[in-house]
Design a protein around this ligand. Structure first.
Ligand code: PMP
Length: 399
């Protein structure tokens, strides 16, 4: 008997499975609409100009431990300003505990561990559907998971009534995971008025809102606009948790730069919570890598480089918005009788197309177009050159 006989392969990650199938296809005009990574109009990954500028400036940094702790605090401070607002009382009063995290995934995982440790009997409510890894993260942290209604397949929009019912019916003082903008995988966000109602009900129910902010800037092109949901909760006086990722909005995927912040009642709480978060991190991975963190700190704290970044975020979001409009028009021009309005109603990186698993399968096998079986289209993979072909492929399989 071997030591490892009982170890069977883990289930394939649905997105990696799409990438593998795409890479194995020799067709020259194949399209990958699986992975949620930004691509330019030539289908190429981008390195943002702000990142190049920042890297130029940090090249001479002395990697001393003390310097890094100081810069890491700066990263946390600047990240918190992005979500809670430069002039917010929370920032002015230092009423938050924040730590650098291994991108958005690491921030979620740290929070899940923290939740289990300090609320051992709690559960987490997550939207149905949500990013599939949310389930894995809280499961591995041994926090029981419940889902709440979110998406309505008929309208391809928000099922607001059912959502509010679920919020109301959850036991008082429950933890909820919310996507503040550019919901993955549906591209469906509540309106400001709906967020206001959700926040008010959370107040009545004394629920804890944990925001997973993986796409700030990608919904509207404006980072402040995309933080509106969080600001609404802030104005209502909630304590909030927030996971932030710079993978998408700075196109820094591999550098794993993120931040976890928790609002507190006062500075004393903030010190205690921060030390606990650091302690959790220290037994899992010690401390996070510094190069990407140095670059992000520089981008956020140097006004000239930040201005370049804000424009580049706007440009990326605008390209995606343009592709939504172009794809919808192309389908309508082909005479598709289906309603493609949701393509432009939805926002952010993804379009929840409503394509069935059979249709997704045909798209891959007959048309070399790859996406996850839930019919999620990563709009970043759509370009001026492939959009007409994509529209005719979708029209063929749905006709
Ligand atoms: N949250 C959501 C909703 C996401 O879509 C993603 C990325 N797919 C993440 C978190 C994590 O991203 P990362 O760890 O690369 O920052």
């Amino acid at each position: 008997r071997s030591w490892w006989d009982h170890v069977t392969p883990a289930p394939k990650d649905p997105i990696n499975a799409v990438t593998e199938a795409f890479l194995a296809d020799p067709c020259p005009y194949k399209i990958n609409l699986g992975v949620g990574a930004y691509r330019d109009d030539d289908g190429k990954p981008v390195v943002l100009q702000c990142v190049r500028e920042a890297e130029g400036k940090i090249a001479a940094t002395n990697f001393l431990e003390s310097t890094c702790a100081a810069i890491s605090s700066k990263l946390v401070e600047e990240s918190a300003k992005l979500v809670y607002g430069e002039d917010s009382d929370v920032i002015k009063e230092g009423r938050f505990a924040g730590v650098q995290a291994l991108s958005g995934t690491g921030a979620c995982r740290l929070f899940a561990e923290f939740q289990r440790r300090f609320y051992p009997d709690s559960r987490i409510y997550m939207p149905d559907p949500t990013w599939s890894n949310h389930h894995n993260i809280w499961r591995d942290a041994q926090v029981p998971i419940r889902t709440f209604h979110y998406y309505h397949p008929d309208s391809k929009g928000l099922n607001f009534v059912a959502l509010m019912d679920d919020v109301k019916n959850a036991p008082n003082g429950s933890f909820f995971l919310l996507h503040p903008c550019a919901h993955n995988p549906t591209g469906v966000d509540p309106s400001d008025e709906q967020w206001q109602e959700i926040s008010s009900l959370f107040k009545v129910k004394n629920h804890f809102p944990f925001f997973d902010m993986a796409y700030q800037g990608f919904a509207s092109g404006d980072l402040e606009r995309d933080a509106r949901a969080i600001r609404i909760f802030l104005d209502d006086g909630h304590l909030i948790g927030c996971a932030q990722s710079f993978a998408k909005n700075m196109a820094l995927y591999g550098h794993r730069v993120g931040c976890l912040s928790l609002l507190c009642d006062d500075k004393i709480q903030a010190v205690a919570i921060k030390s606990q978060l650091q302690q959790i991190a220290s037994t899992i991975y010690g401390s996070p890598p510094i190069h990407g963190m140095l670059a992000v700190s520089k981008i956020l704290s140097d006004p000239d480089i930040k201005a370049i970044w804000l424009k580049e975020v706007k440009d990326m979001a605008t390209r995606v918005q343009r592709m939504r409009a172009t794809l919808k028009e192309a389908l309508e021009k082909l005479g598709s009788p289906l309603n493609w309005q949701p393509i432009t109603n939805q926002v952010g990186m993804f379009c929840f197309s409503g394509l069935t698993p059979d249709e997704v399968d045909r798209l891959a096998k007959e048309f070399h177009v790859y996406m996850t079986y839930d019919g999620r289209i990563s709009m970043a993979g759509v370009t001026t050159k492939n959009v007409d072909y994509l529209a005719s492929a979708i029209h063929e399989v749905t006709a």
